[in-house]
Design a protein around this ligand. Structure first.
Ligand code: HEM
Length: 460
């Protein structure tokens, strides 16, 4: 008999994914490698395993069973604070929507959530459409559309016009540099702290914060009115501050007003970039998509409901979210000891819930590596299997902007296909980079083979 063997009723010992000394698995935790790494480890070690690196240990909970568990139990057993605290500090605050839990989290979400919804986008659809129409109008037959840059420019301006009644174009590079670098330094650890001292970063930070402060001032000067501007995110924040000044400091307000850019800019733009990558890779699917786009715009700008009801476009986007989920996992801290899949996870342990591992499992999505939008069609609905599909996270911190994100991506895809006849480069091999979420690299372009309808007609 040996002491090392656990008794049947004892918790299982958590296996550790082997890695080189000191650095361990750290390089595999970068966002563009994370899902593949966690999926491989899940196959080898099962639903609980440790990953180590640079003196830290993370316990990973993975597979559909982990997602089902997280929906039920994460609010009680996990907290968000440690994963996001350093990001808060970069904005001079101690808390924000994503870094708090419980009643404080519900209070933030009640105020910030309204203008991230699908229905709010629906009411402001024309503003979003005018942005993509402006950018599409610049393209001619024979041009190459630079996918990543195009998506960043369109989505950032759409968020600015729709969510905060602003204009991001003069600040695009500042916002990208500031937000991406801050997340890469403070959240994903891809850049050293020193990066924040570089003059380019400091300038971008100052200009981005000045943009938000100017917007807040403008909203204070000209409030919404029944016969004027409808309330947007900043108006909602100002109303909340007026109702409870002890809760909302000026810095909280500034952080929350930046929220649409921090949470929405890269996520939605990078997902749209993957959608366009797939358009280039699957010319056989494009005629059905373009036909739906034509029908959507035939009688003028469509409503969001009409767009959502277009089956091929919708399933195409869902399949991109499955195979290219830009937020592959969520990082938390255990608030108390708990047991998952027979293993004891101690209070204080950093936990990764590998939310998108099931996206790549044949047992959830048969022939999971194949791009097949039909798997979302009635009769198959593979994503309905419990715990299978979680591109927007799970539990109380589930993406507050999923309605806005899906709506913008559908709208832009339909507008692009209505306007342009696009061809992928058969020689392009997908290379992903993390900025900080995964995106196709800058070499991805689509050739404009022709202009199908003038961009200006999108708004007619
Ligand atoms: C396809 C695009 C998007 C994806 C895949 C995505 C994914 C996610 C995920 C996985 C989370 C949870 C993070 C965690 O629990 O640690 C999250 C949170 C969040 N997202 Fe998104 N997101 C997208 C777009 C957007 C957009 C466009 C907005 C707003 C304009 C937005 C606003 C938020 C907010 C505010 C949170 C924090 C929610 C909370 O803590 O309660 N997201 N998102």
């Amino acid at each position: 008999m040996t002491d090392a063997l656990p008794l049947p009723s004892s918790p299982r010992v958590i296996p550790t994914v082997p890695g080189p000394p000191v650095i361990g698995s750290v390089t595999q935790l970068f966002p563009h490698r994370l899902r593949a790494f966690l999926t491989g480890a899940y196959r080898e070690h099962g639903p609980v395993f440790n990953v180590t690196g640079l003196g830290r240990t993370f316990t990973v909970l993975a597979g559909p069973e982990a997602n089902v568990w997280a929906v039920k139990s994460s609010a009680r057993l996990l907290r968000s604070q440690e994963a996001w605290r350093a990001n808060d500090e970069a904005f001079g605050v101690q808390r924000s929507l994503i870094s708090v839990d419980g009643e404080e989290h519900r209070a933030f979400r009640r105020v910030e959530g309204r203008t991230y919804t699908r229905s709010y986008l629906g009411a402001n659809l024309r503003r979003a459409l005018s942005v993509v129409a402006e950018d599409l109008a610049l393209l001619r037959a024979g041009d190459d559309l630079p996918v990543a840059a195009f998506c960043k420019a369109v989505i950032t301006e759409q968020l600015a016009r729709v969510v905060v009644n602003g204009a991001a174009r003069p600040y695009l590079n500042d916002l990208l540099t500031f937000v991406q670098t801050t997340l890469m330094v403070r959240v994903t650890g891809q850049r050293p702290r020193l990066t924040e001292t570089l003059p380019g970063f400091r300038r971008a930070r100052a200009r981005s914060l000045a943009m938000v402060e100017t917007l807040i001032e403008a909203h204070r000067r000209v409030p919404p009115a029944p016969d004027g501007r409808a309330p947007d995110l900043i108006d909602d924040l100002l109303a909340a501050q007026a109702a409870d000044p002890a809760f909302w400091s000026e810095l909280d307000l500034r952080m929350a007003a930046m929220g649409a850019f921090i949470a929405g800019m890269d996520t939605a733009a990078n997902t749209l970039a993957f959608v366009l990558y797939r358009v280039g890779q699957h010319p056989e699917l494009v005629p059905a998509l373009a036909a739906e786009a034509d029908s959507a715009f035939r009688d003028g700008p469509p409503s969001l409901e009409a767009l959502g009801a277009l089956p091929h476009l919708h399933r195409f986007v869902l399949e991109c979210l499955r195979l290219h989920p830009i937020a592959p996992a969520m990082t938390r801290t255990a608030t108390q000891d708990f047991t998952f899949a027979g293993c004891r996870i101690p209070a204080g342990r950093q936990v990764i819930v590998a939310t998108t591992v099931p996206h790549g499992l044949d047992e959830c999505f048969p022939d999971a590596g194949t791009f097949d939008p039909g798997r979302f069609a009635p009769g198959r609905m593979e994503h309905r299997r419990p715990g299978a599909f979680a591109p927007f996270g799970l539990g109380t911190h589930i993406c507050a902007g999923s309605g806005m994100a899906e709506g913008l991506i559908l709208l832009n895809l339909a507008a692009i296909l209505r306007t342009l006849d696009l061809r992928g480069d058969p020689a392009y091999v997908l290379r992903e980079v993390a900025r900080p979420t995964a995106t196709p690299d800058d070499r991805l372009t689509l050739r404009v083979a022709g202009v199908r309808h003038p961009a200006v007609s999108l708004l007619a």
